[in-house]
Ligand binder design. Structure first.
Ligand code: NAI
Length: 515
């Protein structure tokens, strides 16, 4: 199977934000592209947008003037749908409505050759349902670009139940020939990215619902300690709460009310109030003139101790020890069983395992317990979230905080919730990714690729979970589940299996759909 030849004409139906971006990509790759919209002004605007983007690249020295002119000449503005009849690939990016899209595809199907491929850029509708209205549903697949299409590398190639495997493979190879990073997915609600990303928002919203940390603190931890490009609250404000809430609702409804995807009342309130984020001037943050952006909660300076004792191995947090030494703090080692911890003055400091500090202090009979959150790289993180047991004394808290501060780490105190901020978020992303593999939505490798290129996550959730260890991630999730008693935190069978059998999460291929 090979990519479509550049001699194949491509038609893009819908010249809005996505359609014009997709036309840009196909024309840059060398295809003649028909750009059609029911609104002629939209075609003119779409083509002008493509020209502006291309000129920007010329200005930056990234595109030759001749190539810019040739690309533009390949974009043919079309005012009649009949103009698209000799296209070999037809991509729709019209309004997100099943009946309207079905009607369009029926019309296109009657016009084009039997070998033409029909593709939809839908982000939430079922490809199977869309194909049900067609005579040749095998020729229809999802070709899901991300916004803005010329800059975002990921394309999800989505197969409905009747989609011909050759059609999916041709689209996969064509997307790659267009310079994109394609992944394969089966038609399930949210496909890969819009489903696996749900916990990124949901966990932030849960933390807020429990009033355990401010939005600015959650955002700072996920950005600074975990290298996500944006925290969940600033990202929801950017996406728009109307859009983000609608996607969550549609995934929740499409999974027949699976509690895992339960929407947030806080976000619903924002939508009802018209506080849609940046576009309306207010969301979690205030974007109006003169508004001051709140900053993360940060502990004031405390005094460091001179020596710390590492008991056992700290696992992913082991790199903290070198930071103490670099700050002139002596590190002593003691043998220890199970997951390690640090003795810092009066405090016992340990990485969260999904239990609250208060519960763990009681169970381990260590009242002065302080827990720290996940960081992607403890050698470099500029910030960490900490929580303390209700039993913990003030001196112990100050010893832990001051000693971490001496290594250059800013400390954000979080209320004593299980899994703090980053750990619960990353474990829940991995859990969702693992369920995607179990349910045959995509392979483990494709899910990780999709999350890196579709959302710019710093690392695929399954690779990240693999680094932490499937048994550790499973333990965190089991503790979350026990704490809340909620279906949202049920553990994916794949994580359990990898934890029990020691196999690698990323080598899981996923199953072909059962039907
Ligand atoms: P848009 O509103 O910017 O553009 C849609 C265009 O389609 C408009 O110009 C409209 O005149 C035209 N149109 C509507 N019905 C039509 C019809 N029956 N025949 C011909 N033209 C018609 O919308 P946008 O954002 O470009 O989205 C398009 C599609 O892409 C939707 O299915 C959306 O869910 C999907 N999508 C959107 C993303 C985004 O971030 N905006 C990301 C990925 C997918």
């Amino acid at each position: 199977m090979a990519a479509l030849a550049t001699s194949t004409k491509v038609a893009v139906i819908g010249a809005g934000a996505m359609g014009s971006g997709i036309a840009h990509v196909a024309a840059r790759a060398g295809h003649t592209v028909y750009l059609y919209d029911m609104n002629a002004d939209a075609v003119a605007r779409g083509k002008a947008g493509i020209e502006k983007d291309l000129r920007f690249l010329v200005g930056k020295g990234k595109l030759a003037e001749a190539e810019c002119a040739a690309t533009l000449a390949r974009v043919v503005s079309s005012s009649r749908i009949e103009d698209l009849a000799d296209a070999g690939l037809l991509i729709e990016a019209i309004v997100e409505n099943l009946e309207i899209k079905q009607k369009l595809f029926r019309q296109l199907e009657d016009m084009v050759g039997a070998e033409a491929i029909l593709a939809t850029n839908t982000s939430s509708l079922s490809i199977t349902a869309m194909g049900a209205a067609l005579t040749r549903p095998a020729r229809l697949a999802g070709l899901h670009f991300f916004n803005p299409a010329p800059r975002m590398a990921l394309v999800e190639i989505v197969s409905g139940l009747p989609t011909d495997a050759e059609v999916a493979t041709t689209l996969y190879d064509t997307a790659r020939a267009w310079g994109k990073v394609p992944v394969r997915a089966t038609s399930t609600p949210g496909f890969i990215v819009n489903r696996v990303a749900r916990p990124y928002y949901a966990e932030g919203l849960r933390v807020l619902a429990e009033r355990a940390a401010t939005p600015a603190t959650v955002d700072a931890i996920l950005r600074e300690a975990c290298n996500f490009p944006m925290g969940p609250f600033e990202l929801m404000d950017l996406i728009g709460h109307d859009v983000n809430y609608a996607v969550t609702r549609s995934v929740f409804d499409a999974y027949f009310g699976d509690k895992r995807f339960t929407p947030s009342l806080i976000q619903q309130e924002l939508v009802l109030a018209g506080r849609l984020g940046r576009k309306s001037g207010q969301g979690f943050y205030d974007y109006r003139d003169g508004a001051v952006k709140p900053v993360a909660t940060t502990e004031s300076p405390a005094v460091a101790v001179r020596a710390v004792t590492a008991i056992g191995h700290l696992g992913v947090a082991e790199a903290l020890l070198a930071r103490f030494e670099a700050a002139g703090i002596e590190v002593r080692r003691e043998a220890g069983e199970g997951s390690g911890c640090l003795r810092i003055g009066a405090a016992r400091l340990a990485l969260s395992d999904g239990r609250t500090a208060t519960r763990r202090a009681a169970e381990e009979v260590t009242p002065d317990l302080v827990l720290f959150d996940l960081a992607r790289d403890y050698a470099l993180t500029p910030r960490l979230a900490l929580s303390r047991a209700d039993q913990c004394g003030e001196q112990a808290w100050c010893d832990a905080v001051g000693t971490l501060q001496a290594t250059g780490i800013a400390v954000s105190r979080v209320d004593d919730i299980p899994g703090l901020l980053a750990l619960r978020t990353v474990c829940m992303l991995a859990n969702e990714a693992a369920d995607g593999v179990v349910q045959g939505i995509a392979s483990a490798a494709d899910i990780d690729t999709a999350m890196r290129y579709g959302t710019n996550y710093p690392e695929g959730p399954l690779a990240w979970a693999g680094r932490m260890g499937a048994s550790f991630v499973t333990r965190v999730l089991l503790n979350l589940r026990e704490h809340y008693g909620e279906e949202r935190y049920r553990v994916s069978p794949l994580l359990l299996r990898c934890a029990q059998g020691g196999s690698d999460l990323l080598s899981a291929e996923g199953q072909s759909p059962a039907i």
